[in-house]
Every structure is written in C-alpha cells, then in structure tokens.
Design a protein around this ligand. Structure first.
Ligand code: SAH
Length: 219
C-alpha cells in the first residue's frame, strides 16, 4: 500500500541518519537505537516531512524549531541515562527530544511555555503511544519544584546562565545539560552534582532558540 511504502522509505532514511551519526561518533549506541525508533517525520509540519531525516533543525511554528538529530544525539548521550531515571526537559517544542528521552529513562517531565506547542506535542506523543512523558505548560526556567529532585535535567533552549532553580532541583549524582551563552551562539554545558558540589564541563559550540523566562531572556 501507498502508506506502507512511505513508512518503509522513512524507516530507511532514519536508519541512514543514525548510521551517519554513528560514523561521526556523535552519541552512544543506546541513544542511536532510540533515534532509530522515533519517527521524527511525524513531529515536524507535514510539508517538511521529506526533510525530517536530514541533520538540521526545522521550524515547528510559533518561531520555534525542532532540534537537529545530531544535537538530540549529543545531548541525550551526555545525560548518561541507564533506564530508570526521572528526567526534566525544559522546552518541549515538537516533543521529539521528549520522545527520545522516553526510551532512555523511566519518566520524563517536560515543560513548554507556549500553549499551542504544548498541546500539539501532547497530541503527537499520544499518537506515538508515548506514555511516560508528562507535558506541563509554564516557565521551565523555574524548574518543577513539585516533582524534584531529578536524576537528569535537559534544557533545550539557550540561556544567559544556568537557571539556579534547576541546579537546586538536581539529585545527588545528577547531570544537567544546557546551552549557555549569548543569544546568537552558546556553549553546550554539562554540570554534575557530586558529593562536594557541582562540576562543569564544556561540550562544545551550539545554537538554540531563546529560553524565555524568569531565569532566561526577557520575552
Ligand atoms: N526539545 C524540542 C526543541 C524545542 S526548541 C524538540 O525536540 O522539538 C525550544 C523550546 O523551548 C521552544 O518550544 C520554546 O517555546 C521553549 N521554551 C523557551 N523558553 C521556555 C521556558 N522558559 N520554559 C519552557 N519552555 C521554553
């Protein structure tokens, strides 16, 4: 059938996308398997489905973008998830990163500030049968104190500095990954909460849309 053929075509494209990431050494095998399982073409606007498996960010409406697969591979891998963790994601957007995290952790709590995107992401995740992701509407730069602590926190929008509430909501041994820096360009930063405080690593250059909120940029 027509739809079956298309589904196979997307699966083949998705496999090649993962092979390219693996060849480039971006990410770890567990994350590549998750990327191979999540149909990214169902999380982008229909007109852009043909581009879904190129390694680029794509517009998803409301001036926002779905992160590039390479960024998702890198960030997801940097969280070093093993399976049972509780993860906080800031910036649900399309729901793609949340769907990937849902296959790597036990529970994903994702916060989005734009109601239209939050609603669309929820619907998309339901369509994909993703049951361990909760989407909240709100200012994620405040974290989710009611659900803390988190084993891992992923910020998918760029902030001038790491929002303090997120550090406070990180469990002992937990990892936070966030793009930090100027509006035009950031460094991807990983913070670990150890017994004696926080250690910070630089994972390289990146570019994300603004984190808008109390501990981000002004709207
Ligand atoms: N993880 C997303 C990428 C989305 S882009 C995906 O896989 O598609 C970043 C998202 O962060 C945008 O949807 C934007 O609206 C949202 N955002 C920006 N500031 C925010 C804030 N303070 N709280 C929650 N979401 C925020």
């Amino acid at each position: 059938m027509h739809t079956g053929v298309r589904r196979d075509a997307f699966a083949a494209q998705r496999r090649r996308m993962v092979e390219r990431l693996a060849k480039a050494g971006i990410g770890v095998p567990r994350v590549w398997a998750a990327l191979e399982a999540v149909p990214r073409h169902l999380l982008v606007p229909e007109a852009l489905q043909v581009q879904a498996y190129s390694d680029s960010a794509l517009p998803i409406g409301d001036g926002q973008t779905i992160s590039a697969p390479g960024s998702v591979a890198l960030m997801s891998s940097a969280l070093a998830l093993e399976g049972g963790e509780r993860v906080l994601e800031i910036g649900t957007g399309s729901g793609y990163q949340a769907a990937v995290l849902s296959r790597l952790a036990g529970e994903v709590i994702s916060v989005e500030r734009l109601p239209g995107l939050a609603a669309r992401a929820r619907r998309a995740l339901d369509t994909l049968g993703v049951a361990n992701v909760v989407v909240y509407l709100g200012d994620g730069s405040l974290g989710r104190p009611a659900d803390a602590p988190f084993d891992a926190i992923l910020v998918t929008a760029g902030a001038p500095a790491i929002p303090r509430p997120l550090l406070e909501q990180l469990a002992a041994g937990g990892r936070l990954v966030a793009p930090i820096g100027a509006r035009e360009e950031q460094r991807l930063v990983r913070v670990r909460r150890g017994g004696e405080g926080f250690t910070r690593e630089d994972l390289g250059r990146c570019r994300f849309v603004d984190l808008v909120g109390a501990n981000g940029w002004a709207a």
